[in-house]
Design a protein around this ligand. Structure first.
Ligand code: ZN
Ligand code: ZN
Length: 306
């Protein structure tokens, strides 16, 4: 099977070099930092290897679901590919949104948000465990008759599409494009720790899902990148597993089954005593303070939410 991501590597290298050169003329932007870029590249390389190793398992599982489909869409027809692009993007939206709403899934996805920089190398800071956590979200596509190989190919294309949007050098595009597609501007918001930007713009290719399902926010003020509580590490093992470690630590001190389930499945930042807050709680608290006249938006209590 052709692995699209591997073939894209020369494009990644050329465009990152070009972006780094251009950023040298823009000192007001953060640009590249060696340790941050190295960490992102290691994360991306291992992600590609894990995906390659898992392809057989993923195809087998999707193939089993495909046997349950009441019909099969012709994988040779362009219409099927058009349906596939939209269907895979819809599944991606819910996978990505769930990865921000359920802490156990967030533990897999958080590493993509762990850089405090925002450049093309950030796009390559891919998770080592989302190849596992994402798969159930694509099972329904096999059930509606899409070919398993087509699903995996379109999933890879969906990730590749998102490469170019990880840059501060592309400003807003013409209005019709910004209205339909996920763009650099929309995705900068997604990587923001500003309270109004938390858990917004989960789109892959089409931003319309966020607009339809109430998670859209436009880029209105400069973005602070990273996590609300940054990990301060460039060690790939820490980047990949720190949230799993944090969950295990919380589970050890859970005093009831309810607390344990909350630590696993409630949104990131949830705590039984309210000592850390979810993004929804942060937004509500900031909204309350804004209404009472204080200038607190963007500087709320530390939380685990990203
Ligand atoms: Zn995300
Ligand atoms: Zn991203």
């Amino acid at each position: 099977m052709i692995d699209l991501t591997v073939f894209a590597v020369p494009v990644f290298i050329a465009t990152m070099i070009a972006e780094a050169a251009m950023l040298r003329q823009r000192p007001e932007l953060k640009g590249y930092r060696r340790r941050d870029t190295r960490a992102s590249l290691v994360m991306g390389t291992v992600n590609v290897l894990i995906n390659l190793a898992m392809k057989g398992v993923q195809l087998a599982i999707l193939g089993w679901f495909a046997t349950l489909a009441p019909w099969h869409l012709d994988p040779q027809a362009w219409q099927t590919w058009a349906i596939g692009v939209v269907a895979v993007d819809f599944a991606y939206y819910w996978f990505h949104r769930s990865s921000h709403d359920v802490r156990l899934l967030w533990a897999a996805h958080v590493n993509h948000h762990s850089s405090e920089h925002y450049n093309l190398s950030t796009a390559l800071r891919q998770s080592w465990t989302t190849p596992l956590t994402s798969l159930p979200f694509y099972w329904p596509l096999a059930l509606i008759g899409l070919d398993p190989l087509m699903i995996l190919t379109l999933e890879a294309l969906n990730t590749l599409y998102q490469y170019w949007i990880h840059t501060e050098l592309i400003d807003r595009l013409p209005v019709p494009l910004e209205a339909i597609f996920n763009t650099a501007s929309h995705h900068r918001v997604h990587h923001g720790t500003n309270i109004e930007y938390l858990d917004r713009n989960h789109a892959g290719i089409f931003i319309v899902w966020d607009k339809l399902f109430g998670t859209f926010e436009s880029e209105a003020r400069p973005v602070r990148y990273g996590l609300t509580k940054n990990i301060g590490s460039f060690n790939p093992l820490v980047i990949a597993f720190h949230e799993y470690t944090a969950i295990a630590r919380d589970l050890r001190r859970a005093s009831s089954l309810r607390d344990a389930l909350g630590y696993l499945f409630a949104p990131p930042g949830w705590s039984p005593d309210g000592s850390t807050l979810t993004s929804r709680q942060l937004r509500a608290a900031a909204g309350g303070r804004a209404e009472s006249g204080s200038d607190a938006v963007g500087e709320a209590a530390p939380a685990l939410a990203g």
